[in-house]
Ligand binder design. Structure first.
Ligand SMILES: *[C@@H]1O[C@H](CO)[C@@H](O)[C@H](O)[C@H]1NC(C)=O
Ligand SMILES: *[C@@H]1O[C@H](CO)[C@@H](O)[C@H](O)[C@H]1NC(C)=O
Ligand SMILES: *[C@@H]1O[C@H](CO)[C@@H](O)[C@H](O)[C@H]1NC(C)=O
Ligand SMILES: *[C@@H]1O[C@H](CO)[C@@H](O)[C@H](O)[C@H]1NC(C)=O
Ligand SMILES: *[C@@H]1O[C@H](CO)[C@@H](O)[C@H](O)[C@H]1NC(C)=O
Length: 481
């Protein structure tokens, strides 16, 4: 309360009026550092985002080009970036990332700094710009755009000459981050061939330039600074997955960092949550002989990524016509429909919630049922010391429908805390785990129809802050009718 309002209150009291004092709100607990910034929090809540690998490799039927491809090879006959967004919409993705230059060095926009680009291709007589078509198509569908610019470049002759190549790379970052409106994510791939001239990438100059040009962007690399690689290309985080790491422990592109990236570091001093990149087909680029993964596999990927505190980056590769295959779009639509069917109904709805303790007004156990990530149950610090913290849902007798998925969400805005947890249904343990984070999904062995669901939690530091506990029925699980 400021000095002026104190004075006003004093004046009212002096005048002899009756003052009704409302119950003071209980402030939230202190955060446990590190915590996400606003752009990282917004990114985490996207859950599913899209990747589009398209370029020279699409036409040469390869995954990694040599850099010796002639620009005339790039010749999509009926490219339609708006149709690509049908894939993103089908998947329910709010962000779409385009590979603007892959390792072969061919640029999908008419860069002023090289002749090796769409400008030299037969596509629209060299008059088109795919980064423009892509970002325009995304924005007009209400989808945010992201870009990938490969550091490894097998075409450009400056590659290997450190200053010259870093200058070239920075000039291209400038083109991409100033010419196409808002860019929400930039992807720095750590991949590099074994037989290349050793050269240092000036990551600090790149990262700071990106920040200067796009303030709210998320920067992806093995080591962030905003979003880290999960350590594999199968779309699977570790069963223990911390959003925290020590950035100083990670050398971008190094072999042997995968395990650390996969699990994170409970003592990590930097908030750098993982992104799980995986293609819906076997390859990143389109190949005539390949088809999309079955729904069951996409769902497994979802449980192992989004269900383990990650964002899922799904790749859908357009074909040589310049279109995403209808069958792939249909598969993505099937995937989203399945997620809606599973998670669209919360079987915890209508339950009564109670907990080991409550911090006070605004932090009640019922907050885990209100559907909001911004409200949460907070216990008092004392109760955890003896028996741990717990929250229990008692479902109404009339509607005890079976469920086989338990969803637990932490309020990560104040830091990731839970290091161990267990789920009991009518007193029987049905699931055990370590970290929770933004979202933890447990797929149970079989559906259960219990009356009470209790989640027991141990926090590494501070008290656990739980924003949601949900119960769902996944009819796609193999042993479910
Ligand atoms: C491009 O794709 C969109 C979305 O599928 C479609 O509405 C539009 O007609 C297509 N444009 C052309 C020229 O085919
Ligand atoms: C590696 O580079 C050397 C020298 O440029 C070349 O002779 C050799 O063929 C390359 N090996 C591979 C596997 O690309
Ligand atoms: C990360 O940094 C913290 C704080 O300095 C330290 O306690 C922890 O051991 C580090 N983790 C690793 C894997 O070195
Ligand atoms: C399809 O063809 C590509 C290129 O010829 C090859 O690299 C890939 O392994 C093939 N995929 C399958 C699933 O056989
Ligand atoms: C690419 O996909 C579109 C949409 O399914 C299809 O019409 C077209 O024939 C495909 N092109 C190739 C080369 O398979």
């Amino acid at each position: 309360m400021g000095g002026a309002s104190l004075l006003r209150l004093a004046a009212v009291l002096a005048a002899g009026m009756v003052v009704t004092v409302a119950e003071a709100a209980v402030p939230p607990p202190l955060p446990v550092l590190p915590i996400p910034n606003a752009a990282q929090l917004a990114w985490q809540r996207r859950e599913v985002i899209m990747f589009f690998h398209f370029g020279m490799n699409t036409f040469t039927d390869s995954e990694v080009g040599t850099g010796a491809e002639h620009p005339s090879t790039f010749a999509p006959s009926a490219l339609n970036a708006t149709q690509w967004m049908d894939a993103a919409v089908a998947a329910g993705a709010s962000l779409a990332i385009l590979v603007a230059k892959h390792h072969d060095g061919f640029c999908l926009w008419p860069s002023a700094y090289t002749a090796h680009s769409v400008r030299a291709s037969p596509w629209h007589g060299g008059a088109s710009d795919l980064v423009r078509e892509f970002t325009d198509a995304a924005h007009s569908r209400g989808i945010d755009a992201g870009l990938y610019l490969s550091p490894w470049d097998r075409h450009d002759e400056r590659y290997g000459r450190e200053v010259e190549y870093n200058e070239y790379y920075l000039a291209q970052l400038h083109e991409l981050l100033t010419g196409y409106g808002r860019v929400s994510e930039i992807w720095f791939d750590g991949a590099q061939g074994k037989n290349v001239t050793k050269m240092t990438y000036h990551f600090q100059e790149w990262f700071q330039t990106v920040r200067q040009l796009q303030g709210a962007i998320n920067i992806f690399s093995d080591a962030g600074p905003d979003v880290r690689w999960v350590g594999d290309e199968q779309g699977s985080a570790g069963p223990t997955c911390w959003s925290t790491v020590n950035r100083s422990s990670i050398t971008i592109g190094d072999a042997g960092i995968e395990e650390y990236l996969n699990a994170g570091d409970p003592r990590g001093t930097d908030w750098v949550p993982p992104e799980c990149d995986v293609s819906i087909r076997p390859g990143w680029f389109w190949h005539r002989n390949e088809t999309a993964k079955p729904l069951s596999q996409l769902l497994k990927i979802y449980y192992n990524s989004v269900g383990r505190n990650c964002v899922l980056l799904l790749n859908a590769p357009p074909n040589t016509t310049g279109l995403v295959e209808d069958a792939d779009i249909a598969r993505l639509r099937e995937f989203r429909a399945a997620l809606t069917r599973i998670f669209g109904t919360d079987l915890a709805k209508g339950s009564a919630a109670r907990a080991s303790s409550e911090r006070g007004v605004g932090f009640g156990a019922g907050n885990v049922l209100d559907g909001s990530d911004d409200t949460y149950w907070a216990p008092t610090p004392e109760d955890g010391r003896r028996n741990g913290y717990w929250i229990e849902l008692r479902r109404p007798a009339a509607s005890v429908r079976p469920f086989n998925v338990v969803r637990i969400q932490e309020h990560v805005a104040l830091g990731q805390r839970v290091e161990r947890h267990q789920v009991f249904v009518d007193g029987v343990a049905v699931a055990t785990g370590t970290t929770v984070g933004h979202k933890r999904l447990h797929r149970l062995a079989r559906p259960v129809a219990g009356r009470t669901v209790k989640v027991w939690l141990a926090a590494r530091r501070g008290v656990p802050l739980v924003s949601a506990v949900g119960l769902h029925l996944d009819p796609y699980a193999t042993d479910v009718m």
